[in-house]
Design a protein around this ligand. Structure first.
Ligand code: ADP
Ligand code: MG
Length: 151
């Protein structure tokens, strides 16, 4: 599996990377986001939202499974943590094939519902300010997106 590794040194750099990624995405695309608490998942999602033209403040979707944000392209921010061990389908297809970009946290809990083509993103905390942001594109389209981002 190919991977693309970016290193950021500030919160701002993480936001900017996500913002740049957003400009390469199209409606109906799905990203998964993985990383420990404090790694920068919400920070990354904020940058992504900014790039999609979302104006409302983006927060962690702790108490709801999906938060929808209107933008030039809508953003669907999912945290499916509470669906662990449940086979429940909350209508994932509506989101995954919808008009927006979906970001899924704890995506491994809904593996069976994820679209085949997707961009898996892993954020690793290296030290207080350094993060490695690792992209695993699944499918040719996301491979092109990553190459574009890297250039
Ligand atoms: P998560 O949603 O993964 O729990 P957050 O995005 O809420 O993480 O928090 C990340 C924290 O790490 C913030 O306090 C942010 O200021 C800090 N931080 C420091 N350096 C970076 C960096 N390079 N990228 C992202 N966040 C960083
Ligand atoms: Mg968070």
């Amino acid at each position: 599996m190919s991977q693309y590794i970016f290193e950021t040194k500030t919160e701002e750099e993480t936001r900017r990377l996500a913002n740049k990624l957003a400009l390469l995405l199209r409606p109906g695309e799905v990203l998964t986001l993985e990383g420990d608490l404090g790694a920068g998942k919400t920070t990354f999602t904020k940058g992504l939202g900014a790039g999609l033209g979302v104006r409302r403040t983006i927060n962690s979707p702790t108490f709801t499974i999906v938060k929808e944000y209107m933008g030039e392209i809508p953003l669907y921010h999912m945290d499916v943590y509470r669906l662990e061990d449940s086979e429940e389908d909350i209508g994932f297809d509506e989101y995954f094939n919808g008009e927006g970009i979906t970001v899924v946290e704890w995506a491994s809990f809904i593996e069976e519902f994820l679209p085949e083509e997707r961009l898996e993103i892993q954020i690793k905390r290296i030290d207080e300010h350094t993060r490695n942001i690792i992209f695993h594109p699944i499918g040719g389209h996301f491979d092109s997106v990553c190459k574009e981002l890297y250039s």
